[in-house]
Design a protein around this ligand. Structure first.
Ligand code: HEM
Length: 229
């Protein structure tokens, strides 16, 4: 059996925990999430005059205008890191199509009717690939309108298209992010995967049984434990 699976030390009853994310991955993920929240709030202040009051939290308009693309640079670097580490686990499989056709069972929690799921289910993969398209597209359109450094690189009509595209992409990204965060909170026991790095054996068995089977059989490697774990 893989050393990622062991009895939880701090509980009197024999509960099993399964390691899901290393400390490095969690730092990477929360850097990504933090930069995204800051980008959203600062972007909303730039989006419409009625939301300009949000600039108070960023030291006023000029500072906010400077900070917003800097948050974007943090996001793209954190995303690239996350993408390279997780793309392989989000590749589509045949059972993903079956999972998607049974979305009613997914929503009503009848997981016994679904195919066994690997590390990520089809919904998580869809979110992943949506981020994979949206983050670079937001970054590139953002570069076109980053006048402080790149004003001369593009024409005014190109900048006009980029402003519109940037706003539409941001709306798409916020929508996907709401789905992602909602699912993480809605499925009980998921948040602790990203906060503590491990999940319960019951969670793994219920939601990602194929992944658990692969870990137990040693077919899949697990993230390294941190000294605190
Ligand atoms: C504050 C908001 C966020 C919360 C509460 C949150 C929560 C979580 C949780 C709990 C997981 C683990 C899911 C699992 O292991 O099954 C996760 C995974 C992940 N998150 Fe987030 N997240 C947030 C923001 C973001 C943002 C903004 C991005 C990308 C721009 C992101 C990208 C990812 C990715 C790529 C994974 C790995 C899952 C996969 O590869 O499909 N997250 N998140």
């Amino acid at each position: 059996m893989s050393d990622a699976i062991r009895p939880a030390p701090e509980t009197p009853e024999p509960r099993v925990t399964v390691r899901r994310y290393s400390a490095l991955t969690r730092i990477n993920h929360w850097t990504l999430a933090g930069s995204f929240v800051l980008l959203t709030l600062s972007g909303m202040a730039l989006f419409h005059p009625s939301l300009f009051w949000l600039s108070t939290f960023f030291g006023g308009g000029p500072t906010l205008r400077w900070l917003h693309p800097v948050f974007g640079c943090v996001l793209i670097v954190a995303w690239l890191f996350m993408f390279l580490r997780f793309a392989w686990a989000n590749l589509p499989e045949r059972t993903d199509w079956v999972w998607m056709t049974k979305v009613r069972d997914v929503l009503s929690g009848r997981e016994e009717n679904l195919p066994e799921v690997g590390k990520y289910n089809a919904g998580q993969k869809l979110v992943f690939w949506s981020f994979a398209l949206l983050v670079p597209a937001l970054f590139l359109t953002g570069l076109v309108i980053w006048d402080q450094y790149f004003y001369d690189w593009t024409t005014i009509p190109q900048k006009r298209v980029a402003v519109l595209a940037h706003a539409l992409l941001a709306i798409g990204m916020i929508t996907v992010w709401i789905v992602h965060a909602y699912a993480a909170i809605w499925v009980q026991g998921t948040i602790q995967a990203m906060t503590r790095g491990y999940v319960t054996g019951g969670w793994a068995w219920r939601h990602h049984r194929k992944w658990l089977r692969d870990l137990v059989s040693g077919r899949k490697r697990t993230p390294p434990a941190t000294p605190a774990e």
